[in-house]
Design a protein around this ligand. Structure first.
Ligand SMILES: Nc1ncnc2c1ncn2[C@@H]1O[C@H](COP(=O)(O)OP(=O)(O)OP(=O)(O)O)[C@@H](O)[C@H]1O
Ligand SMILES: [Mg+2]
Length: 244
């Protein structure tokens, strides 16, 4: 009996600590957003001024500053999404859109910033889905950046959009380090990262896939990975078709 009481106390204490941690994450990310937005604004003002004056050297530094600020913004937004998910406040807008157009847009945008990989849209079909376009874009960005990040030796990522069993399917295939069977479910949990002493460590918080999977679940779709260690990975997700 005493044991049971202790376990109970431990659990409530843990719940409380978790709650406080989640509140902290939410507050800290909100507080960080304002100064970062203002830093980004001033960086752009300076960039324009130096450009007008034809001064090249500071432009290079400012462009790098802007790049780092973008990374920071992405991190803050991920943390904000995480706390929204925790409190059930991540809502999705609902509109009908052509998934193939959205995929092409994101592929083009990311291609413009990648010097290492070619993003090949190998198969595509016009397919209307119903959901939150911005959130689906966020999922695509997460999968494509992962595909490039975890395939440092490769130079190609293949993207496909198709339909099967009354559903739209998007797949993102890379030729990188792959994921061993034992980790394939866990990588969708928050903060889970595969660590391998033989491999270099990759930066990140381990929340991109968690958020992406939750977004797809809210759309009544599914996300999974097909992979084996050392042999690349193919991430796939489905979305219900829009029936008008
Ligand atoms: N394409 C991939 N190939 C191999 N491993 C992957 C791939 N995508 C994800 N992983 C593994 O799954 C883990 C979780 O991915 P996730 O995107 O959630 O986090 P992250 O990339 O580490 O950080 P971030 O929060 O910045 O996205 C990664 O740390 C990595 O170990
Ligand atoms: Mg990631």
């Amino acid at each position: 009996m005493q044991f049971a009481v202790n376990v109970f106390v431990d659990l409530t204490e843990r719940k409380e600590l978790e709650l406080r941690r989640d509140e902290f994450i939410s507050m800290a990310s909100h507080e960080l957003k304002t100064p970062v937005t203002s830093l980004k604004g001033f960086t752009q003002v300076l960039y324009r001024r130096f450009k007008k004056r034809g001064e090249e050297e500071p432009l290079n530094f400012l462009a790098r500053m802007d790049g780092q600020l973008n990374k920071l913004t992405k991190l803050i937004n991920d943390l904000l999404d995480l706390s929204k998910l925790q409190t059930g406040k991540l809502t999705v807008q609902e509109e009908a859109f052509n998934l193939a157009d959205v995929v092409r847009d994101i592929v083009d945008t990311l291609q413009a910033t990648s010097q290492t990989h070619q993003l090949v849209l190998e198969e595509t079909t016009h397919v209307e889905v119903f959901g939150d376009k911005d959130r689906i874009e966020q999922v695509l960005i997460n999968l494509l950046t992962n595909a490039m990040k975890y395939s440092p030796q490769a130079n190609r990522v293949i993207i496909r959009v198709s339909t099967e069993h009354e559903q739209a399917i998007v797949s993102v295939q890379d030729f990188g380090i792959g994921i061993a069977e034992a980790h394939q479910q866990k990588i969708f949990e928050r903060f889970y990262q595969v660590t391998d002493p033989m491999e270099k460590t990759f930066p990140g918080l381990g929340i991109g896939l968690f958020i992406s999977n939750e977004i797809i679940k809210q759309h009544h779709g599914q996300m999974w990975v097909v992979s084996s260690k050392g042999d690349g990975a193919t991430f796939k997700f489905t979305l219900p078709l829009y029936k008008g």
